[in-house]
Design a protein around this ligand. Sequence first.
Ligand code: FAD
Length: 407
Amino acid sequence: MHYDVVIVGAGHGGAQAAIALRQAKFEGSIAIIGAEPELPYERPPLSKEYFSGEKTFERILIRPAAFWDERNVTMLTSTQVTAVDPEAHQVTTDTGATIGYGHLVWAAGGSPRRLACAGGDAVGVHTVRTRTDADRMLAELPKVNRAVVIGGGYIGLEAAAVLAKAGKQVVLLEALDRVLSRVAGEPLSRFFEAEHRTHGVDVRLGVTVDCIEARDGKAGGVRLAGGELILAELVIVGIGIVPAVEPLIAAGAEGGNGVSVDGHCRTSLPDIFAIGDCALHANAFADGMPVRLESVQNAHDQATVAAKAIAGIEAHYDAVPWFWSNQYDLKLQTVGLSTGHDATVVRGDPAARSFSVIYLKDGQVIALDCVNATKDYVQGRKLVVERMTIDPARLADAGTPLKELAG
Ligand code: FAD
């Protein structure tokens, strides 16, 4: 078997790479090899509308089955690529088959980091990355009264919100002294902690998990380092991902925490691109520092850049990062990257549940987190793109639209 383009990973990036290739009038053969049994689907609803039952699986498919047939994209599902041979231009799958390629697009995302402690693999301990993960939790949910969520990142917080809304007793454990500490400033962390507590979630900060107490291989609770046992029938672990890059690194690609790519999403290996969660790239919105972004925006936009490069169209990855999270009736929208900020401005009143946190570095606007404040999100984008220097007092004045400040 040989395809002009082989895409490894049938997720957000992989799907968009194929779509963008056809949009660029690429007429060669395309195959997407995906480890999961499903056609590409949206991952964000797994901790939101799919987990809460508001959306069926069909509604979260990125495209219906017919779309891929019509565009002549071959889908090889339930197939894992285990090795890459850059010289022979071929990949090996878990069935031992070899598939040749002209160009390879590595869009394999990452696997959830697991608890290393005793009981971490007990029945009832879950990570949330795939539809299978979500379905497994949903199947257990009717018998669950008490749940513990380990990790106060977006996925953990979203899952906690769904569980609390479903009437479960929820304890959220965070090892650091605030939730979202990796991605957001303190005002946003404190706001979300308060919201979760208002909805009945027991948010515990600065706590370390000792082990999962399991009987007959089934989780019954979480033991904290201080000795306290929190009883739970369901444990969700949301402590980040490990980028899925082993076959590429083993084949000699540069990288470490992800595979390194240039501004066209090319790896150091010939004719091999990498995109999405696993791609370590210099991001203009992180002062050119190498970062991996875990967002639909990044997967989508890098896929488009790689597809254009393959189709011979000039493109460079310099897209503005954006992200969202839904918890309860709160819609968070972020633009820019707040990492490295040295000041924050709160615009609007968190108590009114509609406000923005604006991040500054050397006096310039680098990012916004907007909670139920879509206007700020839309209008603040220009401030971020142009790294505008604006008097913090004016930024804080919610009565003045940001577009007026953007001039
Ligand atoms: P993925 O979408 O993860 O796709 C990678 C695919 O590759 C997977 O299907 C995997 O099984 C497959 N694969 C891995 N290794 C191999 C192999 N060796 N061979 C074959 N196939 C392989 N982002 C947002 O912007 N907003 C949100 O609100 C948001 N919420 C999220 C909620 C959850 C629960 C999760 C898990 C993620 C969320 N994200 C969100 C992040 C977003 O989903 C990811 O950034 C995005 O899916 C990355 O796309 P990707 O193509 O890099 O990887």
